[in-house]
Design a protein around this ligand. Structure first.
Ligand code: NAP
Length: 523
């Protein structure tokens, strides 16, 4: 059994005490152990700030892009091995493992290309100069320069590869060194990926550090030039935001948290058409993929009242074809949830929805024997579809995210009502409206946009090229207001804002023009 190590101060560091066990959630067998300590957080942060920061800031965007390209290739070169690790430690099916690992290399690749397109600049020149007086002598110019601290990334258990890569890609391209910490339960994949990055030889000293095991007082040490980007539960996000140093020193914090994403089937959509099929396929996929442990997964399925039974039957039919079990076993199409506590939470969440008035259409909170798993072992949950009996009932469905293979059907009668129901979750990452009717699309988008980081419009015209709401794309914003944490990641250049200080320069116009020659103009 291996013990994970941290990579700080330019070297691998072993723990000085025993730490948590990492298990295979299909069998509950121990696979690895996280270190219990052993990292000098002050030294780790100082090395990243003092060595990694200057090295990255000396590089052009194109060079940073080249670095990201090498990291993407390093993952790809050991893809098969990484897929096996994701299947073992994450309980992923092979398809789920590809989603995480290929998503990681694709996001690094996309930011590598963005780096190439930004070229030889080392900072961003933000928009055109502003004329401040009657002549061009006195001018203003906004620039965005890399912050001079460390970007500390704390990730959730569900995407150990993509979570590390998508955050690191953006920060490194912006010119900030990164200290990344994966969630403990599934950290083996992130550790193996970090080994690939280090072995590539491409990382400047101090540019990327990796913390396995407890974070101790790491976050209490963050200062005004550092950044904290967190993905996980809203409760942990709130704890981090409330840290005394974070408040007193105005540490920028990005939180990606819980989300009760919705799929809204438009009033115009008839069963059997391409738009209907797209809707059914998306909902079934989101209940299944990563065993529903996706922040973007559809949790609430809003359908016109007259279509409730047809939608329920179509989804139950899809779910009945799934085969939960040990993902090492041929033919298994639904893995376990990642941890024992996750299993408890998912079962309790289903019970809570049922107590609140939801009815079971498929699945439930009962124990499940996984195909190919030892008897009584593994964290399996039946794919579960619930039905809220009427639109306003079951308040829990709009308040409590069950982070597993669970969704609830909710009937509605008007688009205005559907919009109001979606808004009851008080902020989501992504919701989708399935409609071929432009008036419905307009009403829904105008009602939903302010509550979302992303709104998808699914219909017959895009069915052939559809990526689904669950796939987070580097080109588009990821994050959402309110309950979703208020964060903003990715979205091309937009994601870099967290790591760049926007500064207004004011002075002699020609001097400003000269000063910004080392930057890349945007906007
Ligand atoms: P979590 O319990 O909040 O943990 C998230 C991370 O924070 C883990 O690395 C965890 O480390 C660490 N952590 C937790 N408590 C901490 C503390 N007191 N001090 C320092 N570190 C602490 O969330 P999770 O169970 O891993 O993830 C599931 C949640 O994440 C779901 O609610 C889901 O919606 C959300 N999520 C959101 C997004 C998004 O992009 N919006 C993406 C994925 C997941 P340990 O693992 O060592 O406990």
């Amino acid at each position: 059994m291996i013990t994970l190590k941290s990579y700080v101060c330019g070297r691998w560091v072993t723990g000085d005490q025993p730490g948590a066990a990492l298990v295979d959630p299909s069998t509950e067998e121990a696979l690895a152990e996280a270190p219990g300590g052993g990292v000098d957080f002050g030294a780790a942060l100082a090395h990243a700030r003092d060595v990694g920061g200057p090295a990255l800031r000396a590089m052009t965007f194109a060079q940073r892009g080249e670095l990201l390209k090498t990291l993407a290739k390093a993952i790809h070169a050991r893809r098969e091995e990484l897929l096996d690790v994701a299947m073992q430690n994450g309980g992923n099916t092979r398809g789920d493992a590809k989603f995480d690992i290929d998503g990681a290399s694709a996001t690094l690749g996309a930011y590598a290309e963005l780096g190439q397109s930004l070229g030889e600049g080392r900072f961003l020149v933000d928009g055109p100069p502003a004329v401040l007086g009657r002549s061009s002598r006195l001018a203003g110019q906004h620039v965005r320069v890399p912050r001079r601290g460390v970007a500390v990334h704390v990730n959730a258990f569900n995407f150990p590869a993509w979570g590390v890569a998508e955050k690191a890609a953006v920060a490194l391209l912006a010119g900030m060194p990164v200290l990344t910490r994966p969630a403990t339960a599934t950290a083996l994949l992130a550790f193996r990926m970090m080994e690939c990055f280090v072995a590539s030889g491409a990382l400047p000293d101090g540019a990327l550090s990796f913390l396995a095991g407890p974070s101790g007082d790491l976050l209490d040490r963050l200062g005004p030039q550092d950044v904290l980007a967190f993905t996980g539960s809203g409760a942990t996000g709130a704890l981090f935001r409330a840290k005394a140093n974070v408040i007193a020193r105005s540490v920028p914090v990005n939180v990606e948290a819980d989300s009760l994403n919705a799929a809204v089937l438009g009033l115009d959509v008839e069963p059997g058409g391409d738009t209907w099929d797209l809707f059914v396929a998306d909902v079934a996929r989101d209940i299944t993929q990563k065993t529903g442990q996706k922040c973007t997964a559809i949790r609430r399925v809003l359908v016109p009242s007259g279509r409730l039974e047809e939608a329920r039957d179509a989804l139950v039919d899809r779910l009945s074809q799934l085969r939960p079990g040990n993902t090492a076993q041929e033919g298994v199409t639904l893995g376990p949830v990642a941890t024992a506590s996750q299993l408890r939470d998912v079962r309790a969440g289903i019970e809570r929805l049922l107590r609140d008035g939801a009815r079971l259409a498929a699945g439930g909170s009962h124990p499940v024997e996984g195909l190919g798993a030892p008897a009584g072992k593994g964290y399996f949950v039946a794919p579960t579809l619930l039905v809220a009996p009427d639109a306003g009932a079951v308040p829990t469905v709009h308040e409590h995210e069950v982070f597993g293979p669970v969704a609830t059907l909710i009937p509605y009668d008007t688009t205005e009502e559907a919009v109001g129901l979606v808004a009851r979750a008080e902020g989501c990452l992504v919701s989708t409206v399935y409609t071929d009717d432009r008036a419905i699309a307009l009403e829904a988008v105008l009602g939903l946009a302010a509550w979302h980081g992303r709104v998808c419009l699914g219909n017959a015209k895009v069915a052939g090229a559809w990526l689904g709401p669950g796939t987070v794309l580097p080109q588009l914003l990821h994050g959402g207001p309110g309950r979703a944490g208020g964060g903003a990641e990715l979205g091309g250049l937009r994601g870099m804002e967290l790591y760049l200080q926007r500064t207004a320069l004011q002075g002699y116009g020609p001097l400003l023009e000269h000063l910004v020659q080392g930057g890349t103009r945007t906007g």
